[in-house]
Design a protein around this ligand. Structure first.
Ligand code: PHE
Ligand code: ZN
Length: 856
């Protein structure tokens, strides 16, 4: 099936099982940078001996076939067809009984710049096979429903040679590995290099002793300890909370410097972007520590949700990713503060997933068509996929969830499963019909939920109306099941009705609360109980009341957020801002009894992107410059009004003693840094300069630097950082990212362009490239500068990157995904940039798909 630009469209409806069963895979690698030899033996059998089928193996262009035999016999070349991405052996040439297929191929890791398949990063061999990288290593049925046990032999002089499973032989120049758990090719991994390990061990609750290693480059050992602690906590948590034990004798983690994504859950051999492993107080921020802990957990949790139970096909990606994100979110809530984690997750969901849902790239958590699967590792598949599971859990209750998950692991261990299988365990374990609920998986778009209150004679009626705007390919949508957690608060601030979950299932539906003495204030969508946009008529005084009294931390924060947004939107439209928000913030600043993390979350104003998304969801055209100015104005107003309180708080919070990146330490620093950002608007940067000079941890130094850059200062601090950390890639990535991100908008593209001309802008390194382009994209008014400079700069570099690393280029092209919501002048410039990309000859399939969806 091809589409208008001649690309292959994959459809869920076309799924067919593979016509052969593969039971075991034996491989031997002779590693050499320019010409690596891969020998593979596949134990195959026809799925149906009556039905002859061609054997189609996937194999990328750069895989060179040297030899091929079946049961030891060379094949007549007439029976073998090599096409661009496949190798086909005609049915006539195949036995009707189990047989052994042997191939010998040559590949060139040193020429592999895409970070997919077998490649070289900083002198070390490593692999990335999800989603379809294995086909660049050898000819293979490279699809997740074909699972085999693996025996791997690695020949190389490099000192450390790793693959999946357990080590079964080590000798000079050779290592052998056996993975007893059948797995699809995307979970294969191999690493060879000059590495050192931070080692520990973990004994599972049934007594299996597991050797744990975090492998890094020599010299990095002292920054790998936190990753190891996080791993041990994750292993324990998965036993305690999900009853899941680890199932091999070793668990290896390797940090690599060139990696397209965050990390990868290869069986027993997780491979990580080094920025998600290496941390020390001097080089990593609190945010980095929290991410490392969460991603280590995420990849570890995949061992059950992803590896033991994998996906039937890539349409089911959210089966493993949504569930594993949900599990890592639960883990972080248990390790840190559940309230803070929930608020942070909702902020991220709105910033990335609601944004995606609003534009031309909107798709359901389970898409039913794609051209390039790598373009579907999205906020919708991951984060919305997790939200959907959160709703399921809310609907069936904690016990129901536990029973459903136990059944899932029991019933599907060893399977390549589907979303239908997943929903069926919930139906069977709880007796609930989930037919309507399934729409959350198959429909795109963020539902708009409107709540109208009616109060009469002690009875409160809440009427909910739901509607989901059209998304590409889905003009009309049926109502979904929306769990709305609601509580009622009396006029004196006491809760009169504790949280209840209302199940909205109709397009419009009313719920009543009778026997109330006085009209209560409704606290709605507590805990953000469903990923919807809720609109209700609420005045600022009531919002301030909820900010003061709501017992649900998310709803409390949300009330403050709504206050801030209404002030910001008024200011961006040139209207005068009421004092409610500024007053409420004053009370929070003075409230020493409140959780510092919560106060920090309230003090950080909504970002410009969030304001634009809100305006656009209300059918308005966001003006990036006006939004930027409004945010500056409001921040300045808060700082001026509360100058004394803020100055005092900043002094009182001076922290001495060792840096600890835990919840309490992080909370204190985040509040103080939020206060600093406000004060810098008044003091000309004096406090930030002092803090940068005396701080020994990166959290405070980056906060100080960011505040200074936003005021057009910070040059001396940038120079100091560079002097100290020129040799530290991860710190220099921050250095590259923060400059375009915090630059005054009209200079942002020029700042990025200057940086791109530096010798140390090693753009072939994915982290460095992402730092610069992502930094600019994070500057809303800078990326969307009216002269088109942000668009042009980004397009130039996407085109350059696309030749080397298509996944990277396609991923960063999402900077443009909101282009349709701006004014005609900006739209014309963005479209011109996108069309320039589209017109480029030899554009990758990855970027082509993204750009054509955005232009469509
Ligand atoms: N499966 C990885 C994860 O979420 C992400 C990933 C996808 C990494 C594709 C590399 C390539 O945990
Ligand atoms: Zn994952």
């Amino acid at each position: 099936m091809t589409n208008t630009h001649g690309q292959n469209v994959h459809k869920l409806a076309d799924y067919r099982p593979y016509p052969f069963v593969l039971s075991a895979t034996r491989m031997r690698f002779r590693l050499s940078p320019g010409n690596t030899r891969v020998h593979a033996e596949l134990s195959l059998a026809p799925r149906d001996a009556q039905q002859a089928a061609d054997l189609v193996l996937d194999g990328g262009k750069a895989v060179r076939l040297l030899a091929l035999t079946i049961d030891g016999q060379p094949l007549d070349p007439a029976h073998v067809t090599r096409q661009e991405e496949t190798l086909t052996i005609a049915a006539d040439a195949l036995p009707r009984h189990p047989f052994l297929l042997e191939t010998e191929v040559e590949i060139d890791p040193s020429a592999n710049t895409a970070c997919e398949g077998l490649y070289i990063s900083n002198g070390m061999f490593c692999t990335q096979c999800e989603a379809e990288g294995f086909r660049h290593i050898t000819f293979y049925p490279d699809r997740p429903d074909v699972m085999a046990t693996f025996y791997v032999t690695i020949d190389s002089d490099l000192p450390v040679l790793l693959s999946n499973g357990n080590p079964v032989g080590q000798s000079q120049g050779r290592a052998e590995w056996h993975d007893p758990w059948p797995k699809p090719s995307y979970l294969f991994a191999l690493v060879a290099g000059d590495l050192v390990a931070v080692s520990d061990s973990f004994t599972t609750r049934s007594g299996r002793k597991v050797a744990l290693n975090v492998w890094v480059r020599p010299g990095d050992q002292d920054r790998a300890g936190f990753a190891m602690e996080s791993l041990i906590k994750s292993m324990k948590w998965d036993e305690d909370v999900y009853g899941r034990e680890y199932d091999l004798d070793v668990f290896n983690i390797v940090a690599v410097d060139d990696f397209n994504m965050g990390a990868m859950e290869n069986k027993g051999l997780n491979i990580f972007n080094s920025k998600l492993v290496l941390a020390s107080p001097e080089t990593a921020t609190d945010g980095d520590y929290e991410r490392i802990e969460a991603v280590i957990a995420h990849e570890y949790f995949h061992n059950w949700t992803g590896n033991r139970i994998t996906c039937r096909d890539w349409f089911q990606l959210c089966l493993k990713e949504g569930l594993t994100v949900f599990r890592d979110q639960q883990f972080t809530s248990d390790m840190r503060s559940a309230a803070v984690k929930r608020i942070e997750d909702v902020q991220a969901l709105r910033a990335r997933q609601f944004r995606e849902d609003q534009g031309p790239l909107a798709h359901p958590p389970r898409p039913d068509r794609y051209e390039e699967i790598n373009n579907f590792y999205t906020a919708t598949v991951y984060e919305k996929g997790a939200e959907v599971i959160g709703m399921l859990k809310r609907l069936v209750g904690d016990d129901g969830y536990r029973r459903a998950l136990d059944l899932y692991f029991d019933r599907h261990d060893g399977d390549a499963a589907t979303i239908e299988d997943w929903l069926k365990v919930f139906e069977d374990a709880t007796g609930r019909d989930l037919a309507q609920f399934k729409r959350w998986y198959t429909d795109a778009g963020t539902p708009r939920l409107t709540m109208i209150e009616d109060w009469q004679d002690g009875t409160l009626a809440l009427t909910f109306t739901q509607e989901t705007p059209p998304t590409p390919g889905q003009a009309q949508k049926l109502p979904r099941v929306i769990p709305v957690a609601v509580g009622l608060i009396g006029p004196n601030g006491d809760e009169v009705t504790p949280t209840q979950v209302l199940e909205v299932t109709e397009a419009s539906q009313t719920f009543t609360f009778a026997g109330l003495g006085a009209r209560p204030v409704v606290s709605a969508l507590r805990g953000f109980s469903a990923p919807v946009m809720l609109s209700r008529d609420l005045d600022d005084a009531t919002r301030a009341f909820l900010l003061a009294h709501d017992t649900d931390p998310f709803a409390r924060w949300e009330a403050g957020r709504e206050l801030a947004l209404s002030a910001l939107i008024a200011a961006s439209q040139g209207k005068t801002v009421t004092g409610d928000y500024v007053d409420a913030i004053g009370r929070l600043i003075a409230d020493d009894a409140a959780d510092p993390a919560f106060r920090a979350l309230c003090l950080n104003l909504p970002g410009e992107e969030e304001i634009a998304t809100r305006l656009s969801s209300e059918g308005l055209t966001p003006d990036p410059d006006a939004i930027h100015a409004a945010r500056e104005l409001l921040a300045r107003q808060i700082a001026e009004t509360h100058l004394d309180l803020l100055s005092q708080l900043y002094e009182d919070m001076t922290v001495e003693g060792p840096y600890i990146p835990d919840a309490a330490g992080t909370a204190g620093r985040s509040l103080r840094n939020a206060v600093l950002a406000l004060l810098t608007r008044i003091d000309g940067g004096e406090r930030a300069e002092i803090l940068f000079g005396i701080a020994s941890n990166m959290t405070e130094r980056m906060a100080a630097l960011t505040s200074l850059l936003r005021r057009g200062r910070g040059q001396a601090e940038l120079a100091a950082l560079q002097d100290q950390f020129a040799g530290n890639r991860l710190v220099m990535d921050k250095w590259f990212a923060v400059q375009p991100m915090a630059a005054p908008p009209l200079q942002a593209a020029a700042v990025a362009r200057d940086l791109s001309q530096r010798k140390d802008f090693d753009w072939k390194n994915p982290n460095r490239f992402r730092a610069l382009l992502g930094g600019l994209a994070a500057n809303h008014a800078g990326f969307h500068a009216a002269d088109g400079s942000g668009y042009d700069f980004t397009a130039d570099w996407l085109l350059r990157m696309d030749v080397l690393n298509p996944q990277m280029a396609a991923r960063l092209s999402t900077a443009f995904e909101t282009w349709t919501r701006y004014d005609p002048g900006r739209r014309a410039k963005a479209l011109a940039a996108l069309e320039r990309i589209a017109a480029s000859e030899g554009l990758s399939k990855n970027t082509r798909e993204m750009v054509s969806r955005m232009i469509a």
